[in-house]
Design a protein around this ligand. Structure first.
Ligand SMILES: [Zn+2]
Length: 436
């Protein structure tokens, strides 16, 4: 493993920095004891480079807050490239559920570390893992431990269903959630309620688990209206849309995160806007599975708060949040036939989730390399980041003053041996499931 540079203080200078009121270039930023102690336009004040433990000269780079990946499934890092043209329900039944069912806690640990590693490499420092593999408390614990060890912010939305294949007893779900809330109370690792999908959950357990989340200062995070098949099932079961059903239960509120919401109609958008619920937009996953195009511009016109998610690597098939930012922008424009329906600045800010680089604020930022043909020349930093860059352009990642990746080297995991171990482990997993 690479030696972690001393992280008591870091000076980054000669770079473009995104501040709350716009870009400065060149600018500098000085991090000390986990916070932004100084920043400004122009050259860094004399003496700072002598005082700093680590000095990074970063011309032709952009410094922005760490990005948010608001929805993924770490178990699926072992299941990339398996969609093979299957729509959502066939993909789940023929590929994802059998593989997940064969996961050991050791598999889960490796898959989570691989997923976190990829997110760090792509600049996502705040991640929500919708954790579906909940067979034992150990399966859940290893994911939280991996995120804690590797230094990212993670919310583990503990998934569950109490209807259909793999249904759990409601008591078991609620007891496990209560135990998780009391175990992971830290700043960086948090727990949320993660009902799998509206059609796989009973009203009673949804109500009780949402109330438990609220009592623990948390929220619920649910797949909803992802495909037309799901909408038909919802119509047959409830005689209403899944959004209307959540609303009828009294749990469509500001502590509800709605993942996908592709097939929300005008009435649903009204409901969501009135409730304060958050929509997690996963455009690349929706494209891979042919699920549809979410009405992003309609949501934004109604001031619905939008966050971006890659979704799991089995339906993406990467964790590149930059690709998701670009897909949001392009799909919004093509679906509205309007080249101005979403700007690069708006798209970038969906991935920033309100985080800002400011004096006294958290030393949580990434340095993105623009010194390559895809991003040369830079006329506008927001456009360069959203339309020209890939996750692999992220060079350095700092969270709370700790350097997780430095000049393209991940410092919080032995990357080479992790990749090798994952490749070996997946061979055994495929054998156990009988996957040819
Ligand atoms: Zn998902």
């Amino acid at each position: 493993m690479n030696e972690v540079p001393s992280c008591r203080s870091v000076l980054i200078y000669g770079t473009a920095v995104l501040l709350p009121d716009g870009w400065i270039e060149p600018g500098y930023i000085y991090l000390k004891h986990g916070v932004v102690e100084q920043l400004g336009a122009g050259d860094a004040p004399q003496g700072l480079s002598q005082e700093a433990d680590t000095v990074i000269h970063a011309p032709n780079r952009a410094v922005v807050p760490g990005l948010t990946n608001a929805h993924t499934h770490f178990a699926q890092t072992f299941m990339r490239g398996l969609a093979s043209g299957r729509p959502l329900l066939r993909w789940l039944k023929e590929r994802i559920w059998p593989l997940q069912a064969a996961f050991t806690a050791d598999d889960m640990n490796l898959a989570a570390r691989l997923g976190i590693l990829e997110n760090i490499r792509c600049g996502a420092t705040h991640i929500t893992d919708h954790h579906k593999v909940t067979y034992t408390p150990e399966h859940t614990h290893v994911v939280c431990k991996a995120a804690d060890d590797m230094g990212v912010y993670m919310t583990l939305a503990r998934s569950w269903s109490d209807i259909g294949a793999g249904a759990e007893e409601p008591r078991q779900i609620l007891d496990h959630l209560a135990s998780l809330y009391s175990t992971w109370k830290g700043e960086r690792i948090a727990i949320a309620n993660g009902p799998l999908a509206a059609w796989r959950c009973s009203a009673r357990t949804l109500l009780e688990s949402h109330e438990l989340a609220l009592n623990n200062g948390s929220f619920s995070h649910i797949h909803i209206a992802e495909s037309l098949d799901e909408m038909e099932m919802s119509g047959e079961k409830y005689q209403m849309s899944p959004f209307a059903w959540l609303d009828s239960l009294g749990i469509l509120d500001a502590r509800m995160q709605l993942v996908h919401a592709v097939w929300a109609d005008e009435h649903d958008v009204d409901r969501i806007a009135g409730s304060g619920a958050i929509v997690i937009h996963c455009p690349v996953s929706n494209e891979v599975l042919g699920s549809g195009i979410a009405p992003l511009s309609t949501f934004l016109a109604r001031d619905v708060r939008i966050l971006l998610g890659t979704d799991g690597p089995a339906s993406n098939d990467t964790q590149d949040i930059f690709e998701t930012i670009k897909a949001s922008l392009l799909l919004s424009r093509v679906s509205t036939h309007n080249a101005n329906s979403l700007s690069p600045t708006e798209a970038l800010h969906m991935a920033l989730d309100g985080r800002r680089i400011e004096k006294g604020g958290a030393a949580d930022l990434i340095i993105v390399n623009l010194d390559h043909p895809r991003a040369t020349p830079v006329h506008d930093y927001d456009s360069a980041l959203t339309l020209c860059c890939h996750g692999s352009d992220v060079e350095t990642v700092i969270v709370d003053g700790k350097i997780l990746m430095y000049d393209n080297k991940v410092l919080v995991e032995d990357e080479e041996s992790l990749l090798s171990e994952c490749r070996e482990r997946v061979k055994f997993l495929r054998e156990r499931v009988g996957l040819e």
